[in-house]
Ligand binder design. Structure first.
Ligand SMILES: NC(=O)c1ccc[n+]([C@@H]2O[C@H](COP(=O)([O-])OP(=O)(O)OC[C@H]3O[C@@H](n4cnc5c(N)ncnc54)[C@H](O)[C@@H]3O)[C@@H](O)[C@H]2O)c1
Length: 244
């Protein structure tokens, strides 16, 4: 799971290549050499590129615009190669943007968790995107459960190595409205950063996860409102420790 994420990755693309692409190859090669049975890969919505329909399935052309996305496409393909060539049980998911009770790690979806965290810490947040920005998102407990369920699924049921998984796809304004519900008086404004907005605009608005639902019974358990109720007290404790 080690990686340099999308927004941070654009600041040092060669390091991103080294960590994400060489790192994945080293994991696969170590698995082959030492007889590891299964490798689970965490891919991303950043493997997609612009010009796709609003609901994006698994098998579309992958034309990422970031080094992060390029290395994740390559990671998917390398894993499939090791599966075919060496019989490695390689499986993975394309995660949406993730929200959790820790600070985000430099992804382009960071505006979503930061809307909660910065509002709890300071009373407001200036989001680096337009209010109509819309990408698939997921709460961390669903993301972790997906990895476990995919890992345990009978191999003969799996029709592919890499699966889209989806939970909810709110616009940034809808997230801001949700934050205002759980943190009354929240002051959320929007000031798009051109570089990160361009990445957001190249990503799908929603993912079609039909194959994951069919092959290993994937179902999300968390929607935006339920996540907000669970996440807000956890981030409030984190914000209280960080101070203003
Ligand atoms: N967070 C998201 O929204 C999201 C979305 C889609 C996919 N993913 C994928 O999920 C995985 C986990 O992401 P995350 O959100 O936990 O990111 P994160 O930035 O919080 O964690 C990445 C970890 O990788 C480690 N790392 C970086 N370079 C390393 C190196 N050279 N050697 C060893 N460790 C190194 C970092 O120390 C960090 O702990 C990644 O593969 C990421 O691409 C995350």
């Amino acid at each position: 799971m080690a990686a340099i994420l999308s927004a941070t990755g654009e600041r040092d693309p060669l390091r991103t290549y080294a960590v994400n692409q060489d790192g994945t190859l080293h994991v696969l090669e170590a698995a082959r050499k030492f007889g590891v049975r299964q490798v689970i890969f965490t891919s991303t919505i950043a493997v997609f590129g612009p010009g796709l329909p609003p609901l994006v399935g698994d098998d579309v052309s992958l034309r990422p615009t970031t080094m992060y996305g390029v290395t994740k496409v390559a990671g998917e393909l390398l894993g499939e190669y090791y599966s075919r060539r060496h019989g490695l049980d390689f499986r993975g998911v394309r995660f949406p943007g993730l929200l959790s009770a820790v600070l985000p790690g430099g992804g382009t979806s960071d505006y979503a968790p930061l809307m909660y965290y910065e509002t709890l810490r300071t009373g407001g947040y200036e989001a680096f995107c337009r209010p109509d920005s819309q990408i698939p998102l997921m709460y961390m407990p669903d993301a972790l459960r997906a990895l476990v369920e995919l890992s345990l699924a009978p191999r003969e049921r799996l029709g592919r190595c890499i699966y889209n998984i989806a939970a909810f796809s709110p616009t940034a304004q809808e997230i801001a409205d949700e934050v205002a519900r759980v943190v009354p008086g929240a002051r959320i404004t929007f000031k798009p950063d051109p570089a990160r907005q361009a990445i957001l605009d190249s990503w799908p608005r929603a993912l079609d996860d039909t194959c994951a639902r069919r092959d290993w019974d994937w179902r999300p358990a968390w929607d935006l409102a339920r996540m907000s109720d669970d996440l807000t007290p956890k981030l409030a404790a984190l914000a209280a420790r960080a101070g203003k």
